[in-house]
Design a protein. Structure first.
Ligand code: KIV
Length: 291
């Protein structure tokens, strides 16, 4: 459990104040897409739940994040919010929900807040400042996302580590400073060299939350299905698996199937029984059916 009081809900201003350089404990963010996932994250004491557009890949079976809509994310945000978790609920604005107009972006952010989000996250740096400022003006906290931004996979030429040249590293620092200046309360840094994440973290007064960005960020985020080993197909270098639930689940379901096929499930204690008088009236004998 975090040292934060378990009954106090985490807020965006409280997250904004969590710089490790100022003595704060690193932030812990985990994705979740439904009520059971939100309860697990809450009971484990994480600080932020991200209803990420990664739902497209780990839950909905798509190959990338580009296929999910605002309605899809809102559906999953609602499920997470109904668990009433203590962590701050951050919802991803999906691809094309903030790219065509500032008004559309604000309205889409509002849709996610009405579904239960307490903040939204969007990808991109200086070219997104007008959108960030407008959403912040609408009193919705915004989390930035820089580096390997999966919604730009085609523009980037794939899922590639970003910021490897000195120009690219300096551009990331400039993007992060601009996002912080425009009102972002935190910034996700994804898929960047650890030294670059360290430079960015030192350059901004809002927390950075890393994924594949090394240990020098103000916090870390991982995807629920990766942490728990529910996703066993791809294992990026930065993922640490803390459980092997896919294998455990396959084993459990296989044992269930064996029990059904072998006539061992359900047992007498797992069945409902008629009262003796009713069974007699119907001409039935009590006791379990014998095969
Ligand atoms: O959608 C997501 O899960 C994310 C994280 C990888 C930061 O954006």
């Amino acid at each position: 459990m975090s040292s934060t009081d378990a009954r106090t809900s985490v807020t965006a201003p409280a997250v904004r104040a969590r710089k490790v350089a100022s003595g704060a404990e690193p932030l812990v963010m985990l994705t979740a897409y439904d009520a059971p996932g939100a309860r697990i994250a809450d009971d484990a004491g994480v600080d932020l739940i991200l209803v990420g557009d990664s739902v497209a890949m780990v839950v909905l079976g798509y190959d990338d994040t580009l296929s999910v809509s605002v309605a899809d994310i809102a559906h999953h945000v609602g499920a997470v919010a109904r668990a009433k978790p203590r962590p701050l609920i951050v919802a991803d604005l999906p691809w094309m929900s903030y790219h065509t107009s500032v008004d559309e972006a604000v309205n889409n952010a509002a849709t996610l807040v009405r579904a239960g989000a307490q903040a939204v996250k969007l990808e991109g740096g200086r070219k997104r400042l007008r959108v960030v400022e407008a959403i912040v003006d609408a009193e919705i906290p915004v989390m930035g996302h820089l580096g390997l931004t999966p919604q730009s996979m085609h523009a980037m030429g794939g899922f590639k580590v970003q910021g490897r040249t000195s120009e690219a590293a300096l551009a990331l620092v400039a993007d992060a400073k601009a996002l912080a200046h425009s009102g972002c309360f935190a910034i996700v840094l994804e898929g960047v060299p650890d030294a670059v994440a360290r430079m960015v973290t030192a350059a901004v007064d809002v927390p950075t939350i890393g994924i594949g960005a090394g240990p020098h960020c103000d916090g870390q985020v991982l995807v629920f299905h990766d942490v728990l080993g529910l996703e066993d197909r791809v294992a990026p270098k930065f993922v640490r698996r803390y459980a092997d639930l896919k294998a455990d689940a396959v084993d459990a379901v296989a044992r269930y199937a064996d029990d059904v096929r072998g006539g061992h499930f359900p047992a007498d204690g797992e069945s409902y029984h008629l009262a003796a008088g009713v069974a007699e009236t119907l001409g039935l004998y009590g006791g379990p059916v014998r095969r």
